[in-house]
Design a protein around this ligand. Structure first.
Ligand SMILES: C=C(O[C@@H]1C=C(C(=O)O)C=C[C@H]1O)C(=O)O
Length: 405
């Protein structure tokens, strides 16, 4: 097996990282196997992993999971998807490597053969032909405004404090669109984002650049999460310290912080640090963010990642408060299935670190175009027209990059 790998790595010499990444992605899609490519915020390195053996795992416990990539939809009662890291490509080594646990198999040979073939003729493969056609999407401004009004009425009646309705919209992929190239452009444009491209035969192709961390653990010691809400577009050359926030936005973000603190309270965790709220830049937008950190060793909470993932998702940044009734409201009134939008995703147990993000500012790519998603936090002070505008500028985070604006 190592000989096979050596041979493949020799063929990579002299190729650019983007060419290698494209070959990796094309191979996985062509042989119908799940693949994830990602770049963490503030990091240079792009990593890719794929699973050639059959069957996606369902991860019960983060701590005992193998190294891999978690990809979960919005509805928390639906099973998670976990792509086991079997074949890897990262920007540091620039080479393919395989998990020491992986045994030689037909599937692995199939991957190697296909990869070698794409090395020889990189232009041959049209990834889009492997994808499904996009569903029909009803994207109507008036309908969304009415949905926001409905949220407000329910909030005023006292059932909820906040609801986060969302919408999706179809767009045409610009000429020459390639998801790997777009991922590289997103990495360059948005250094604070978690940028990812995920494909599974069952769930299709997703590309995103999210600003929102859900949970992170570092070296089995530090646990981190954030509360992020409040949104404004920013003009170019804007100074962050000049940001002004309305009472509505301050309260909307404080609700998310309270939700996180309540989760800590439920498990009787009292020792955590809290920083913020601070204004942060996320692509073409600014948000209010508070960061939380727990020393898992000092508090004797080694399984905090698993416990908090279950408690936090979906947070009031993407669903509402109180959580369960807000999720039911959305199920009843939102009018479509969010699927992986506002679910969560990220690398697990990768050199001692797990980083899982909320899947925002994302798009699903189909045979015949893309569908883009965005939501907006509604409170009793919301102005429906402005919430619509907010979803429009959230779409622009990706679309500006795709259209080179
Ligand atoms: C729901 C989204 O974003 C969330 C909602 C925000 C808001 O309402 O201001 C801000 C950041 C995110 O927590 C989205 O980007 O689609």
């Amino acid at each position: 097996m190592n000989k096979e790998l050596e041979k493949i790595n020799q063929t990579l010499e002299g190729k650019s990282f983007e060419e290698k990444l494209k070959a990796f992605f094309h191979t996985a899609v062509a042989i119908n196997t799940p693949v994830a490519i990602w770049r963490k915020p503030q990091e240079e390195k792009i990593q890719a992993t794929c699973q050639v053996t059959e069957g996606l795992d369902f991860v019960e416990e983060i701590e005992s999971a193998s190294t891999g990539f978690l990809f979960n939809c919005f509805k928390s009662n639906q099973q998670g998807n976990f792509i086991r890291s079997e074949i890897n490509l990262d920007q540091e080594s620039e080479n393919l490597s395989i998990s020491p646990k992986l045994e030689s198999s037909d599937r692995l040979n199939h991957f190697f053969n296909q990869f070698a073939q794409f090395q020889e003729d990189p232009t041959e493969f049209n990834f889009q032909e492997q994808l499904k056609a996009a569903p029909h999407v009803l994207d109507d401004k008036q309908a969304f405004i009415q949905l926001v009004e409905k949220c407000k009425t329910h909030i005023e009646e006292g059932y909820y404090q906040k609801i986060v309705p969302s919408r999706r919209s179809r767009y045409q992929l610009p000429k020459g669109f390639h998801p790997v190239h777009e991922l590289m452009k997103l990495c360059k444009s948005y250094e604070n984002a978690f940028v990812s491209l995920v494909y599974t035969p069952e769930h299709g192709l997703w590309l995103g650049a999210t600003p929102e961390l859900l949970i992170e653990t570092e070296n089995d010691q530090y646990f981190r999460t954030v509360s992020l809400a409040g949104t404004q577009g920013i003009p170019k050359n804007f100074n962050l310290s000049q940001a002004a926030w309305t009472q509505k936005e301050i309260e909307e973000q404080a609700l998310v912080s309270r939700y996180i603190i309540n989760c800590f309270k439920q498990i009787r965790l009292r020792e955590f640090s809290e920083h913020g709220p601070k204004t942060v830049k996320a692509g073409n937008l600014i948000h209010l963010k508070t960061s939380f950190e727990v020393d898992m060793k000092a508090t004797n909470f080694p399984e905090l990642a698993t416990v908090m993932l279950k408690l936090l998702h979906p947070t009031s940044a993407v669903c509402g408060m109180p959580m369960k009734p807000a999720a039911q409201f959305l199920e009843q009134h939102e009018g479509y299935d969010r699927s992986f939008f506002s679910g969560y995703l990220g690398p697990v147990n990768d050199k001692g670190t797990t980083s899982v993000f909320v899947n925002l500012r994302c798009t699903q790519i189909f045979k015949d175009g893309g569908i883009i998603f965005a939501g907006a936090g509604v409170t009793e002070d919301s102005i429906p027209e402005l919430e619509w505008n907010e979803t429009e500028i959230k779409f622009r985070t990706l679309l500006n990059v795709f259209e080179n604006i």
